[in-house]
Ligand binder design. Structure first.
Ligand code: KG4
Ligand code: ZN
Length: 354
């Protein structure tokens, strides 16, 4: 047995996992969503305090689940960025302390690469792959030439796709984080393709921009003020019930369906363009990762796109889409196997490449 511990504290999930030769052994995750929901978004100071509060007890639980002691861990992989600096430092400090105490090998992991590697925990796929990373903080396409060679092709110029979903959801007065409500309601209607413009597609580059469509939805709700959830759901109550009571369920469903479509189709256009740009690379798979990859319209759009191009579509299950410790552990294990190792002066890289 050669266990790699993965530590993820870059945003609002404290997550730990143990991986052994590409297979998940145990995992624990503590989400902070409820703490941040009160503020309608992630509060960085609160996030780092929460990580600090739960990380050590979570580690004890993980070891108990796996029936091992700290000395059984061979490698410690920790997300070093991108992410919130204070939160990353909690994970890094914990990783360094543990490495010092046990003599385990320490390796810092790029959180974004880890997202795109997570599906490998459940399915094998071939490289080169085209990666689409869509999360609350990032929207990027990658050419992944091999498991450790990531080349950014396109990135967002402003907001991430997840922010566009969350901002629209906030405008509709949905509970935070609201992307999943837009997805769910949208399934009830066919999209109106003329309701919102597909963002930033009339150009010839590979980048994304979602600030325009975010503004379009805000303007739409200002012009149709009844498109706001009249009250927060009680525990166990669903949003549909409240919208039905208010007589706006069908209208909301149409708006959500149109919004899902315009974001998914903008992603499709840029992914297809990215595939054309790297046509010589011999891409075999399309890997879609990040929390927004849970969106059903994005999933079906990417599945069709992959079929059209003769690619294997790699869509992780929901628990591997959102932030988790297993993705850090498997990425770390791959780095260690390739000879990577960091010293105790390993630093966080909160922005850009890590
Ligand atoms: O990857 P993630 O867990 O966090 C970051 O690392 O950023 O992604 C969270 C994002 C949030 O913006 C959330 O609203 C969005 O993923 N999300 C969805 C859905 N489920 C989660 N967006 C659209 N449709 C969904 N079903
Ligand atoms: Zn993430």
């Amino acid at each position: 047995m050669s266990l790699t511990l993965g530590i993820e504290t870059s945003c609002d999930e404290t997550a730990l996992a143990l991986v052994d030769r590409g297979r998940l052994v145990a995992e624990r995750i503590a989400t902070q969503i409820d703490a941040h929901a009160l503020f309608g978004g992630v509060v960085p100071e609160l996030a780092s305090r929460e990580h600090l509060r739960v990380l050590a007890p979570l580690f004890d639980e993980l070891l108990a689940d796996a029936g091992i002691g700290p000395d059984d861990i061979a490698n410690i992989a920790v997300a070093r960025g991108p992410g919130l600096l204070g939160s990353l430092l909690v994970g890094l400090s914990f990783a360094k302390g543990l490495a010092l105490a046990t003599g385990a090998r320490l390796v810092g992991v790029n959180h974004l690469w880890a997202h795109l590697t997570a599906p490998a925990l459940e399915q094998e796929f071939e490289y080169p792959a085209l990666g689409l990373l869509v999360s609350g903080g990032h929207t990027q396409t990658y050419l992944i030439r091999s498991p450790l060679e990531f080349e950014v092709l396109g990135r967002t110029l402003d907001d991430a796709a997840g922010e566009a979903f969350d901002k629209a959801a906030k405008t509709f007065n949905f509970p935070y984080p609201g992307g999943k409500y837009i997805d769910m309601l949208g399934r009830r209607a066919q999209p109106d393709h003329s309701m919102f413009p597909r963002p930033y597609v009339n150009n010839d580059n590979l980048d994304f921009s979602f600030s325009g469509v975010k503004t379009a939805v805000v303007n739409h709700v200002e012009a149709h003020p009844h498109l706001r959830l009249p009250r927060m759901p009680e525990p166990g109550e669903d949003v549909e019930t409240i919208l039905t009571e208010a007589g706006v369920l069908d209208e909301f469903s149409l708006v959500c369906s149109s919004y899902n479509w315009c974001i998914a189709d903008a992603l499709r256009i840029k992914v297809e363009r990215a595939l054309r740009t790297v046509a010589d690379a011999g891409v075999r798979s399309l890997v879609v990762a990040g929390g927004v990859a849970a969106n059903s319209v994005i999933r079906s759009t990417m599945t069709t796109l992959a079929e059209t191009h003769g690619l294997r579509c790699v869509l992780p299950p929901l628990r591997l889409c959102t932030d988790n410790g297993a993705m850090i552990a498997i990425m770390g294990e791959r780095l260690v196997n390739a000879g990577w190792c960091h010293d105790l002066d390993l630093e966080a890289i909160p922005r850009g490449r890590a």
